[in-house]
Design a protein around this ligand. Structure first.
Ligand code: C5P
Length: 404
């Protein structure tokens, strides 16, 4: 189902190496029904030619303020009014600085100042440029003004370094832009998702935690919202923006997460537990910082509540989906968990040094009482869409079974 049908998207492309992905972005936006007009900054035109964008968008491309014939056919003010959405991808550090300063020194910044449409930027830059306090300030100012940021993601960079600053993949950008569909398969249904790690205090300055980044749970929450659901995302401490249309409920510890889930559960049709809840917490968290002493130290840990199993055992239970992150015998261990926790479905993946946690991509197999489906691999946004699609199918099947 195309999600951007009839939308006028003005795509700004600025001069970063990630610009080589922008023609693919145009193609994907059009595949979702959007009409796309492209504006290049002069440095973007050094990476990818206007002709490429003209071919994929089906419209002439603008790359300057001073083109009299282009201005005569559609002036920059008309172009700014035409847009339902301004998307800048990639957005370089220099562009973000000029946007934050309110400059109008080229066509793209001028359009951004002149438009009433929402502005969405997908930053792409070297990790040190992204972490620089000047960029951090500019990003904070833009966010405070309502500019929406998509990413950046982290991973290997064109400069050979690894870290945060990579432009999100075109399919992730398109997925993030798609509006919650009022007619989507989960329209009118409430969905509760948990995501991220928990932190279990040892004392006021130390805690036990794990390597979960929250990305998979956030992707599932975003996919549920795209399917039309009202989504509450109970989230441990992560460094991720709230997905569009999703209400984030922060919860630091397993016990706080359990309380937040219990409060959100009434009326929910679906619960997805994607959080990496700590299985244990310190039995006696110290009120003051623990001082080191000679010799070894023993910590006493007690079990945390199993939030997922509790939801599955509750009286008015929603459809319950869990995740199983396994290092070995993935399917066999996941099936044991499906049965032990009395889940409706479990999504299993292998985790280890090279896969699973804190990555942009993943690979999932879904299991239920009498079936399985390999959801394949891919970026977490795409996988989450596939998982939500399967969950919708299984929810329908289980309702039919109950009704017959
Ligand atoms: O038993 P295990 O931790 O491997 O199970 C993983 C699944 O259970 C995940 O869906 C996770 O969100 C959920 N879980 C939970 N509360 C716990 C432990 C796990 O909700 N205390």
């Amino acid at each position: 189902m195309p999600t951007l049908t009839g939308k006028h998207v003005l795509l700004g492309v600025t001069g970063g190496i990630a610009a080589y992905k922008s023609p693919d972005l145009v193609r994907r936006l059009r595949a979702q029904g959007a009409e796309v007009r492209v504006v290049l900054t002069p440095s973007a035109a050094r990476f990818v030619t206007p002709l490429t964008f003209q071919a994929v968008s089906g419209h002439p491309v603008r790359d300057g303020l001073w083109d009299a014939s282009a201005e005569a056919s559609m002036s920059h003010i008309e172009l700014a009014r035409w847009a339902d959405l301004v998307l800048v991808a990639p957005a370089t550090a220099g562009f973000l600085a000029r946007l934050a300063a309110g400059m109008a020194d080229d066509l793209l910044t001028t359009l951004c100042l002149a438009t009433g449409a929402p502005i969405v930027v997908a930053p792409a830059m070297n990790r040190l440029m992204w972490g620089n306090p000047a960029t951090r300030d500019n990003v904070a100012r833009l966010a405070a003004r309502g500019v929406r940021l998509l990413g950046p993601g982290s991973g290997e960079q064109a400069c050979g370094e690894t870290g945060e600053g990579r432009m999100l993949e075109p399919q992730e950008i398109v997925a993030a832009l798609a509006l919650p569909g009022a007619e989507g398969p989960l329209a009118g249904r409430k969905v509760v998702v948990t995501a991220g790690p928990t932190r279990e205090a040892l004392d006021p300055v130390r805690y036990l935690t794990n390597r979960s980044s929250g990305k998979m749970g956030y992707a599932v929450a975003a996919a549920a919202a795209r399917a039309g659901a009202e989504v509450a995302l109970v989230s441990g401490p992560v460094d991720l923006p709230a997905p569009p249309g999703v209400r984030v409920v922060p919860a630091d510890t397993a016990e706080a997460m359990r309380a937040a889930v219990q409060a959100e559960l009434p009326g929910a049709a679906l619960f997805v537990g994607a959080a990496a809840v700590a299985d244990y917490r310190p039995a006696h968290p110290a009120a003051q910082k623990i001082k080191k002493k000679a010799g070894a130290m023993t910590l006493e840990l007690v079990r945390n509540p199993d939030i997922l199993a509790e939801v599955a055992a509750s009286a008015a239970r929603p459809f319950v989906v869990g995740f199983a992150a396994e290092t070995n015998d993935v399917e066999a261990n996941a099936r044991l968990k499906l049965e032990a926790k009395k889940l409706d479905l479990i999504a299993a993946n292998r985790v280890g040094a090279d896969c699973g946690f804190d990555r942009e991509d993943n690979a999932l197999v879904a299991l239920w009482a009498d079936g399985r489906k390999d959801l394949g691999g891919g970026v977490k946004a795409e996988l989450a869409d596939r998982l939500i699609g399967l969950i919708v199918e299984r929810m329908r099947a289980s309702h039919q079974a109950q009704d017959s």
